[in-house]
Ligand binder design. Structure first.
Ligand SMILES: [Zn+2]
Length: 439
């Protein structure tokens, strides 16, 4: 099937290229898709300094000078109390200094006025299938524009845990190009979902294309190396016997899971496991996985919570997608958090009709708040610092601290009083470049 593979890939690349070339470089417009959210779109991007050269149609990349954000309340993503009258100094793509009061503004700096809003790290969605739509029939232009709302609404990083393997290299390259043009968030990729022959998600019509089956530990290790070479930072395992019941779907063996996690760790990758039931969690734990890509939909026993804590397992929420089991999942997430576990906000976009962007995050966060009693501060930390931890970028992203990448947003109002404030993004800074607001 070599010829067919080549043909498919070439045609998709041509189509994607055409879609890119056809898009308006000057004004990354919100998606015209019917999925468009009712959120008021932030204003067009402006470059802080130096002024955009005449004829340039891109936001200016990190200026040689500094950027100083002033006049906001800082919620830095660590869980620390908000810092009133805060400033953040950025140089190139990094945060240089954070403080309160009047900053020393370097002579070469551009000043961005937060206008008494709240300064936050860019949000991170820890479970998406952001590119799945790219291979579905329809208007590719619309699908590509689907990346835009995430960034422009302040979700500056996505952890993508399931992409069509055949298209992974092309999609990764395309997304990197869009990110470089400030038309997409940073995307941390797993590539396909690694599974047993005939295992989940080959069993589910909508997701079968994102599966990559392995028949032995050796084959699995080879695949991990291939994915690592291809740019994956996470390995995603599909461990599911059946939706809400044991339907006999084959699982990877313990030896295979163990071999995969060992190979991944040798390459510096984290392993996240799709699980729904407790025996699948058992397999993930015994095989050395680092993260649960979903919060289980069966009540977690205290003993299992203790074991997960001891092993430093992290968990992505995706709690409001399970129908009747959604409240069990949300309660599990809160119990794990309260026990000291690391929990990251995650939507599983676009499994369940979510629109791209902040609205999907807000929906999940409101569910966690209403059903399980997450505080607004817990949710913000889960959507920033903890998202970076599960994305294998703990040292780079997720908090506003000196040395971190300057992915910073400003929202109007106070999300600690009302989470809804998160959809009123007024400024987005991506790796030191102002892409929304900042006038
Ligand atoms: Zn998923």
């Amino acid at each position: 099937m070599r010829v067919a593979r080549g043909l498919i890939l070439t045609s998709v690349l041509v189509l994607l290229g055409a879609a890119c070339a056809g898009s308006d470089e000057t004004t990354p417009s919100p998606s015209p898709s019917p999925q468009a959210t009712p959120i008021a779109r932030p204003s067009e991007p402006t470059a802080p300094a130096p002024p955009t050269p005449a004829g340039s149609d891109q936001p200016t990349d990190p200026a040689p000078g500094a950027l100083v954000i002033v006049n906001g309340t800082l919620i830095d993503g660590t869980g620390a109390d908000p810092l009133p009258d805060a400033y953040v100094v950025v140089r190139k793509d990094r945060i240089l200094e954070v403080g309160s009061g009047s900053p020393q503004i370097p002579p070469d700096a551009a000043v961005v006025d937060a206008e008494a809003g709240t300064i936050l790290p860019g949000l991170i969605d820890a479970h998406t299938h952001s590119a799945r739509g790219l291979i579905e029939p329809g208007d590719l232009r619309v699908e590509l524009d689907g990346f835009v709302p995430w960034l422009r609404e302040g979700v500056t990083t996505l952890r993508d845990v399931g992409t069509v393997p055949l298209l992974f290299p092309a999609i990764l390259e395309l997304a990197a190009e869009l990110e470089h043009k400030h038309k997409a968030p940073r995307i941390v990729w797993s590539g396909p979902i690694v599974t047993a022959t005939g295992g989940y998600p080959t069993t589910v019509l909508d997701y079968a294309a994102v599966a990559q089956e392995v028949a032995s530990a050796e084959e699995a290790v080879e695949l991990v190396d291939e994915l690592a070479d291809g740019g994956a930072r996470i390995i995603k395992l599909g461990l599911e016997r059946g939706y809400r019941s044991d339907e006999g779907w084959p699982l990877l063996s313990l030896d295979e899971v163990t071999a995969i996690t060992q190979a991944a760790h040798q390459r510096g990758l984290l392993v996240t496991a799709h699980v729904t039931s407790l025996d699948e969690v058992r397999l993930a734990l015994d095989g050395g996985a680092d993260d649960l890509a979903h919060t289980p939909i069966e009540p977690l026993p205290d003993e299992m919570i203790r074991e997960m804590l001891q092993r430093g397992i992290t968990m992505a929420t995706t709690t409001n997608i399970w129908g009747p089991e959604s409240s069990v999942a949300a309660t599990n997430a809160k119990r794990y958090l309260d026990a000291g576990g690391t929990v990251a906000v995650a939507t599983d976009f676009d499994c369940c009709g979510q629109a791209p962007g902040m609205e999907a995050m807000l929906q999940e966060m409101q569910w966690l708040s209403q059903v399980a009693g997450f505080t607004a501060m817990e949710l913000i930390v889960a959507a920033t610092r903890n998202g970076a931890i599960v994305s294998n970028l703990a040292n780079e992203l997720g908090t506003i601290e000196p040395g971190k990448v300057a992915d910073i947003i400003v929202v109007e109002g106070d999300p600690l009083l009302n989470l809804q404030a998160l959809v009123s993004t007024s400024i987005v800074i991506q790796a030191g470049t102002v892409v929304v607001g900042g006038r």
